[in-house]
Design a protein around this ligand. Structure first.
Ligand SMILES: Nc1ccn([C@@H]2O[C@H](COP(=O)(O)OP(=O)(O)OP(=O)(O)O)[C@@H](O)[C@H]2O)c(=O)n1
Ligand SMILES: [Ca+2]
Length: 496
């Protein structure tokens, strides 16, 4: 009876250091485990990559800088625009008669780009220049001049410390396709099962429509097939050369000048607006068809009458709805399936509709507001918008009318479908346009298959590691108590 308590006492003495030792071992083990997990998987300091794209449009050139974390270049939505610069003056095609100056015109924006990108990244930063409809037209008119303009800008760009990747005229098909890729990439629509949105781009010299079509695309030149992030897309696209808003205005003027009268009463301009215009400027464009007769006089006087309804019927005359060899056509005999899904309408679609305050109006409301706006006397308009250059201001009545006609009559957006058009300039800080899609494609940043993503983000991984380690520690301690402990072990713990 006396020996028992002594034995228990000995047991206790022997157990205590062992428990402490095991506990310390467990704690050290867990700390080591967690530290290793955290250190090993620590998010690496982000390394950014950069890319520059020059959008050499018909009316102006813009320089865009893009940035993305190097290790995530295949994830959708990782590339963002960090800077844009508008080149002073007109588009590069306007340098046809003084080609040497074309390159130099880019100086201010390219110097700015040098300052925006870290110097150590310059040599690995690709630079692309893509020219659109203005250069396509110059190419038709004078191939030598267009080549000279391109080599002038190419030589100039080669003089920068960046990685020059070419200056070329992109096709209308590319322009449409890359615009579609841009808006859907920025909207993260390539993820999983999300539906895509169509892209509507209106420039000065051409306009593009691009959307996914369930209906078969009958004409091969309008059909694109993409496999992006593991999904297949059947895309319809068309670029109408000469149907950008500046060329469309020339077409409309040329039509009206067929009467032979050098005094033109134009319903697309505000009452009281008067301007002397050159016949050469209107008929000098390769867009103005040779079937139209050119007046013999050099100048004509344009007098605004401000009548949107009459303007609309004039504008409609530049579309040919009579010939179609396909199942269905938009205009000028071009195949187009019925418009499907949501659309993003950007560039001049946005500038004009935003100025006219029509970005969230219904089709009928837009027509009504436009009628009111066009009928405003020119003096009043100038006074109300004194900050806007007259060159732009004079044309918003025409441009608004043209946009409504193009969308409603040209592409067949009914009042119902009108609600699916979102007029936008940017998506998440990046401009909507073809440039981003162009760069993504040329740098192979849009994979055909979805990249393998880690099942957990870094923070989730660390949290789970810590949680389970703590749980394990608690269990081990409990077990240690049970194996070595006295019945009081657990009780003591609860008391504490
Ligand atoms: N604040 C602005 C800026 C531009 N514009 C007009 O919008 C058209 C230019 O649109 P843009 O998309 O810049 O055309 P480009 O890219 O130059 O032409 P394209 O795509 O046809 O080559 C021009 O008519 C210009 O006068 C406008 O009305 N209001
Ligand atoms: Ca453009």
């Amino acid at each position: 009876m006396m020996a028992e308590p002594r034995e228990m006492k000995e047991n206790k003495l022997w157990h205590r250091p062992l428990i402490i030792f095991i506990t310390v071992l467990i704690v050290v083990g867990i700390i080591a485990l967690v530290t290793t997990a955290v250190v090993q998987n620590k998010a690496l300091p982000k390394k950014y990559k950069y890319g520059i794209v020059l959008d050499a449009g018909s009316s102006h050139t813009a320089v865009y800088i893009y940035e993305w974390p190097a290790e995530k270049e295949n994830n959708t939505g990782m590339v963002r625009q960090t800077h844009s610069c508008n080149v002073k003056g007109k588009g590069i095609s306007s340098y046809a008669a003084r080609v040497k100056e074309a390159g130099m015109s880019l100086k201010a924006c390219m110097d700015e780009a040098k300052g925006k990108i870290p110097v150590r990244r310059h040599h690995e930063t690709p630079v692309y220049l893509g020219a659109t409809a203005g250069m396509r037209l110059l190419m038709k008119e004078n191939e030598t001049q267009s080549e000279q303009v391109l080599s002038s800008v190419a030589d100039f760009l080669r003089g920068y410390p960046f990685m020059y990747e070419g200056a070329r005229i992109i096709t209308g098909q590319e322009e449409g396709a890359y615009g579609w890729i841009t808006v859907n990439y920025l909207s993260k629509n390539f993820h999983q099962e999300r539906s895509t949105m169509g892209a509507l781009d209106l420039g000065g010299a051409s306009t593009q429509i691009t959307f996914v079509s369930q209906l078969r695309v009958e004409s091969p030149e309008n059909s694109l097939h993409f496999r992006l992030y593991g999904n297949d897309y059947q895309v319809y696209t068309h670029s109408f050369l000469c149907y950008g808003k500046d060329q469309a205005l020339r077409l409309t003027l040329a039509q009206q000048l067929q009467t032979g009268d050098r005094h033109l009463s134009d319903p697309c301009f505000h009452p009281g607006y008067q301007q002397e215009k050159s016949v050469d400027r209107v008929f000098g464009s390769p867009c103005v068809s040779t079937s139209l007769s050119r007046p013999t006089y050099a100048n004509f006087t344009l007098n605004g009458t401000g009548n949107a309804k009459l303007c609309q019927s004039n504008v409609k005359r530049i579309f040919n709805f009579s010939s179609c060899t396909w199942g269905r056509c938009s205009f000028n005999g071009v195949f187009q399936p019925p418009v499907e899904g949501k659309f993003g309408a950007f560039s001049a679609f946005f500038f004009v509709m935003n100025f006219l305050n029509l970005t969230s109006s219904s089709l009928d409301e837009s027509k009504e507001k436009l009628e009111q706006y066009c009928s405003k006397p020119w003096d009043e308009v100038k006074q109300s918008y004194s900050a806007i250059p007259e060159k732009y201001l004079a044309e918003y009545c025409f441009s608004g009318t043209y946009i409504l006609a193009l969308l409603e009559n040209g592409y067949s957006f009914t009042s119902d479908k009108w609600r699916d058009i979102k007029f936008l300039k940017k998506i998440g800080g990046s401009d909507a346009g073809w440039t981003l899609g162009y760069m993504l494609n040329l740098t192979n940043m849009i994979p055909a298959e979805a990249p393998d993503a880690p099942p957990l983000p870094h923070s989730g991984y660390v949290s789970i590691m810590v949680l389970f380690s703590l749980l394990l520690a608690a269990l081990l301690l409990l077990l240690a108590c049970k194996v070595f402990g006295r019945p009081t072990c657990a009780q003591n713990k609860y008391v504490i």
